[in-house]
Design a protein around this ligand. Structure first.
Ligand SMILES: Nc1ccn([C@H]2C[C@H](O)[C@@H](COP(=O)(O)O)O2)c(=O)n1
Ligand SMILES: [Zn+2]
Length: 159
């Protein structure tokens, strides 16, 4: 008889997005994204980080100060990295699992790539202009927004 307490697709893909976020060097917010086909195949992964060739050790990670001395000028967001990493895959009708609700800039890329659903975990910037603009665009573009429902299950494996 098969085991019955296996994780469902949402737990699986959000779990992978969370694991991917752990690669981020951002000291404040580590974000992960996992893009999945309608057939539940993983198409791409991404996390927030500095662009290629821009050393994590030399770029600024500050949140405040002169704009050029903050991370915001430079960091590439998890969702955009996942879309760019998927260069050879068709994302039409795909879902993206994100550990943090997308910003307005990533929202444009998500919509333009043909992704049909965003499953999001954190939403700590819900009231920011960026999130308000993102929801506005998603609604107009017909992209489904699904809050992830954590099951409370933790990743443990007995080998
Ligand atoms: N959906 C998002 C939102 C933010 N990020 C990145 C951009 C920064 O590295 C960090 C946010 O930093 P904070 O202002 O919270 O210190 O997260 C992303 O990749 N995807
Ligand atoms: Zn973004």
């Amino acid at each position: 008889m098969k085991r019955e307490d296996y994780i469902n697709w949402d737990e699986y893909f959000m779990g992978i997005a969370l694991l991917t976020a752990m690669r981020s060097k951002d000291p404040n917010s580590q974000v992960g994204a996992c893009i999945v086909s309608p057939e539940n195949k993983i198409l791409s992964l991404g996390y927030n980080g500095m662009p290629m060739g821009c050393s994590d050790d030399e770029m600024p990670w500050e949140r405040e100060g002169a704009p050029l001395q903050t991370k915001y000028m430079y960091v590439c967001h998890a969702e955009l990295n996942a879309i760019l990493n998927s260069a050879h895959n068709n994302l039409k009708g795909a879902r993206v699992y994100v550990t943090l609700f997308p910003c307005n800039e990533c929202t444009k890329a998500i919509i333009q790539s043909g992704i049909a659903e965003v499953v999001y975990y954190g939403d700590k910037y819900h009231d920011s202009d960026s999130s308000i603009a993102a929801r506005f665009m998603f609604e107009h573009a017909g992209v489904r927004l699904t809050p992830y429902k954590p099951t409370g299950r933790r990743a443990e494996l007995e080998l």
